[in-house]
Design a protein around this ligand. Sequence first.
Ligand code: ATP
Ligand code: MG
Length: 571
Amino acid sequence: MRATQLYAPTLREYPAEAELVSHKLMLKAGLIRKAAGGVYSYLPLGWRTIRKIEQIIREEMDAKGGQEIMMPIIQPAEYWKESGRWAVYGDEMMRMKDRHGREFCLGPTHEEMITTLIRSEVRSYKQLPLMLYQIQNKYRDEIRPRFGLMRSREFIMKDLYSFDADIDGMNISYQKMYDAYDRIFTRCGLKFRPVEADNGAIGGGHSHEFTVLAPSGESSIAYCESCDYAASDEKAELKVIHSQEEELKSLEKVLTPNCHTIEMVKDYLNVPIEKTIKAVAFQDDDGRLILAFVRGDHEVNEIKILNAVEGALHLHMAEESAITEAGGCAGFMSPIGLKDGTIVVVDSTVMEMYNAVAGANEVDKHYINVTPKRDFNSEKIIITDIRMVKEGDPCPHCGQPLKMTRGIEVGQVFTLGNKYSKSLNATFLDENGKEKFFEMGCYGIGVGRTMAAAIEQHNDEFGIIWPRAIAPFEVVVVPVNAKNEDQLEYSEKIYEELKAAGVDTLLDDRRDRAGVKFNDCDLIGYPIRITVSPKGIAEDTVEVKIRKNGEVHIFNRNEYKDKVIELLKNL
Ligand code: ATP
Ligand code: MG
């Protein structure tokens, strides 16, 4: 490819609308352009990178026995109604009607589509295991589309679905995909960590998120340096913290005027925050009140609460009227004295407290000397881990203090079990002729997000520093002055030689000033730049500059090609 024929509109300035460095650089380097909030066009350079990431994904999916297919983006509502997700998917789903009033959605994911695709045709255990995937646009009407390709409303996803005859088979498929993901992100040149994850609304068994480590990431992960435990903050399991045992004192109601926050209560009563019990009130989609209690210095983890309360899909802040109706009092809540039937979830650590402070369900009043084991009706409450992890919490595997870091979720693997095969009635006959539901798994990778994450991890003040495997071009050949016939001719030869050797090369034959071209090369971030100058021609040498570390090598004309190929291996 020649730069004079390449459509790569670089910008002089960083666009004001972009916050994240990857978003800024993608716009400035001419990789993408915005069409609407969260909807983008990919320009040639951006698309080349996308295609390279896709190719790596394809190779690794195929290596594990995946077969590529292509399903429709437009999905009939019936399938989603059958699985029960039409109602629960909410506003994120882009819905539409055809001219006859039939309902459809633009696929946010394809469990329904693939399960209904295979259910009438895969009939025997002999056809299993089966792994089918596609690389395709997905549609999610995100509340806050932002950060360019990182969180967009139309985005490219690879999604693979596995079908197995039993749980063991499903776990083997899961492991294959886990290994494939490990290879994919390694090949893409990313520093990442697979972390234990919550299954979320998708339901099913276990899950890992592949998270690229970056301070700008939206995911928060807890990890242990002493063992290999790592989990998303939503998932991180926490051990019960046992309080020092104390002699029980009798429960007493005290006046706490205007003390409706934990900070105020602890100051007013002059007790350490670890001696207080904090309440958070939610309502689910059906309006059911859910009261959650954690130690004063802890935060509630909404995902854990959703997992603990059967049938709850989303949590909203509770209306005061709902709290009053349940016998509670906003700002002064405790599980003591609530109406029967109120859903109360208490963090396990709270149950280990002695002589603590909690609300009295009356305005301006708190209880002191609350000992939950004695004072809460443990038969009527849900006791489990609902706490949000924080730095220093003990690792659930080895007990050492956990560390927290941020990252970008680029992929996720799930086991689904028979959740979808059951709801969509997808069965096969096992070796005894018995009808069984498929055991499924699903495995997604955000292709555009992977590209953005790579830039997030690999950049400097001059621009992008592509890992070789996903760079739009591996090498750029730049004649200092393309108007000079000798330089252009010499450059063309090098360009042809490298291309013939299988190196993905761009010839920057633009007649611009050298400085302008060099800046563009740094901005776009080709791993290697070869500069052709009169001096090099005279000496029969080639100047090779590595983008990553700025190193410059001068190689003889007859050896440069092998040297470049060698250097590329480590970039
Ligand atoms: P998130 O928690 O970031 O919203 P998710 O868990 O809903 O993502 P999955 O359903 O697991 O996403 O989708 C698989 C992959 O698709 C994700 O790991 C991510 O890389 C990518 N992805 C999901 N949503 C978006 C989006 N809005 N824009 C770009 N990529 C996305
Ligand atoms: Mg996910």
